[in-house]
Design a protein around this ligand. Structure first.
Ligand code: NAP
Length: 295
């Protein structure tokens, strides 16, 4: 890819700490190139204590949009005055739009998940019963978005009781009709409740490394269930494999990564994102050149 950078090129960037792993530059630069836009997307390592002094400098230099990743999303939420509803509800910012009006924070993580589920399973979460295993940053985004989108029931589980209890309380505080329950920290209890859910979402990091066993065994699933694993580094994770053995329909998390980025692109540019191009670039980066043949 050749980017013709010149004095009028509009810069964008992702900030995180660390940031070397980020796939956003590939995905967003491919989008700019596909639409022949004079723009470039970079990546910077910014420690959390420096974020709020870095943002005005980037604005001054002409950056028109930013993505934020771990551990900056909550720092930006606390530091920015202008936030969209999703960012306010979640307490987290993954997208910043910069224009003459200043800096505005958005969160596209939850909507990215909802779009991915709709696309992959042809499924809306409205009226659904969900089991969510993993109540960290990503799990919170999924749970908040599903509650706001009208899920009937969300059953939460995590190994960390403090995180579990906090998400349960935050979801209840939304005052929505969704029935919220915390299943607890014991894997034995998760299996039973998992079988009751129409949509299972896995949001722990277990399975990212080769050789790790699935947090849920095949007998936690049944045929007809939809199982969405947020891990996107392999076409089929260990948890997806276990669920597929039981006859469930499965997906990895690449679609969520894609759609949160596509939504950021549209917020910054006001244009529809070239989703097919962005998906191809992500698949090549994650699965290698043979992506199309394997997925
Ligand atoms: P996180 O903030 O660290 O949260 C993970 C949660 O899972 C923590 O509460 C953790 O508890 C818990 N956990 C860890 N091991 C567990 C186990 N064996 N059983 C039950 N709970 C366990 O991580 P995150 O940022 O939410 O990310 C979670 C996963 O989602 C990662 O694999 C990440 O790559 C993926 N992700 C995907 C996307 C996407 O777009 N597809 C976006 C963001 C994240 P402890 O802290 O006690 O370990």
């Amino acid at each position: 890819m050749v980017i013709n950078i010149n004095p009028s090129t509009t810069p964008y960037a992702v900030l995180g700490h660390p940031i070397r792993h980020s796939l956003s530059p590939r995905m967003q630069n491919a989008a700019f190139e596909a639409l022949a836009m004079d723009a470039v997307y970079l990546a910077f390592d910014v420690p959390p204590e420096k974020l709020m002094q870095t943002l005005p400098v980037l604005a001054e230099l002409g950056f028109a949009g930013l993505n934020l990743t771990v551990p900056l999303k909550e720092v930006a939420f606390r530091g920015l005055a202008d936030l969209d509803e999703a960012a306010r509800r979640l307490g987290s910012v993954n997208t910043i739009k910069i224009d003459a009006g200043g800096l505005k924070g958005f969160s596209t993580d939850g909507e990215g998940f909802l779009r991915a589920v709709r696309e992959t399973f042809d499924l809306s979460v409205k009226g659904l019963s969900l089991f969510l295993l993993g109540c960290g940053g990503a799990g919170r985004a999924v749970a908040m978005a599903c509650a706001a989108a009208g899920a009937k029931r969300i059953m939460l589980a995590d190994a960390d009781r403090t995180r579990l209890t906090k998400l349960e309380a935050d979801l209840r505080a939304l005052g929505l009709k969704t029935d919220i329950s915390a299943v607890g920290t014991e894997p034995q209890a998760w299996r039973r409740v998992c079988r009751e859910a129409e949509l299972v979402v896995h949001a722990t990091p277990v399975g990212m490394h080769t050789g790790e066993p699935s947090v849920l065994p095949p007998d936690a699933f049944h045929s007809g269930q939809r199982v969405y694993d947020l891990i996107y580094m392999s076409p089929e994770t260990v948890l997806m494999h276990a669920a597929r053995e039981a006859g469930a329909r499965t997906s990895n998390g690449l679609g969520m990564l894609l759609h949160q980025g596509a939504l950021s692109f549209s917020i910054w540019t006001g244009r529809e994102a070239p989703v097919a191009v962005m998906r191809r670039v992500l698949e090549e980066a994650v699965y290698g050149k043979k992506a199309e043949a394997r997925i």
